[in-house]
Ligand binder design. Structure first.
Ligand code: SAM
Length: 282
């Protein structure tokens, strides 16, 4: 009997992966955690039934989520990762000569399971990494820390889900006040072609920042195979690289950094703010 994982995160769209076996299934206080072994993508992490990453292409997502903001900043020393419990984002950040990385994830169950089943992900024993098990909404409203880069690597903003409050203008405004003058924030931004209204709403939530841009990259595991990211900064032009990699990367490159900001005109039109920013740099 064939076993399939069918993802129907987008109501009218389904994506399927043929499954060898279910490796882990469990429930924490916050979400259901499943790990599948699939023929095409290797191990896949599901949270509440939604694919978060696969062994095969997680590098594409984590390299683009992390290295575009990190190389746009002249000297990122203190970095905050919101979510990121699988360890992929922190693994990439720690490749940079940062001083401190704070990872705030609400669910230690995700961290524990990913440490057990995804050995290529985290660098959990790096002394520069501090892991806090906390709701990032609480954290951002109570911390006095100021960061150079904030990376939002949370689950999708499902209605009434734990991640939903993270995608609010209030949260982005609080994050803004916890960024240094050259501070940069990036967030995974949902599939740009399925849920244009949601992307637009999230985009507008970043209005507190003077500079907001959208970039995109391939992630075959995610709906439609393309993923978008929103990057917002206080003063830096995120298209300009301040430094280049001195470590190997498999997706990110200086050329990809530039190309990722080139959007199809229908997306540009959707984000009329994009033109507003051009004025900021003219
Ligand atoms: N890369 C994946 C993606 O783009 O969908 C997500 C990576 S990671 C698995 C997402 C993490 O966000 C989970 O570990 C989850 O526990 C965490 N998370 C969700 N809501 C949160 C909140 N309010 N505060 C802190 N972490 C949260």
């Amino acid at each position: 009997m064939e076993l399939w994982y069918i993802q129907d995160y987008i109501n009218e769209y389904k994506m399927g992966l043929k499954v060898k076996e279910t490796i882990f299934q469990g429930k924490t206080r916050f979400q259901e955690i499943t790990i599948l072994d699939t023929y095409l993508y290797g191990r896949v992490l599901l949270l509440d039934g939604i694919a978060q990453l696969s062994e095969k292409d997680e590098f594409m997502y984590h390299e683009m989520l992390v290295h575009v903001p990190m190389f746009s900043h002249p000297n990122p020393e203190k970095v905050l990762i919101i979510g990121g419990g699988d360890g992929g984002a922190s693994r990439e950040v720690l490749k940079h000569p940062v001083k401190e990385v704070t990872l705030v994830d609400i669910d230690e169950g995700v961290i524990e399971v990913c440490q057990r089943y995804f050995s290529q992900l985290g660098r959990w024993d790096d002394p520069r990494l501090t892991v806090l098990i906390e709701d990032a909404c609480q954290y951002i409203s109570s911390t006095s820390e100021v960061f150079d880069v904030i990376i939002m690597d949370s689950t999708d903003p499902l209605p009434h889900g734990v991640a939903e409050p993270l995608f609010s203008p209030e949260f982005f405004e609080q994050a803004f006040h916890h960024l240094s003058p050259q501070g940069i924030m990036v967030s995974q931004m949902e599939p740009p072609f399925f849920d244009v209204d949601r992307v637009k709403k999230l985009w507008e939530g970043f209005n507190v920042f003077p500079i907001v841009k959208l970039y995109w990259g391939l992630v075959p595991t995610y709906p439609g195979g393309i993923w978008s990211y929103v990057i917002a900064s206080k003063s830096q032009d995120p298209r300009r690289q301040e430094r280049v990699p001195d470590f190997p990367t498999r997706y990110y490159s200086p050329a990809i950094h530039q190309a990722a900001f080139v959007l199809p005109s229908f997306l540009e039109e959707m984000l009329e703010n994009q033109k507003r920013d051009e004025e900021n740099f003219s």
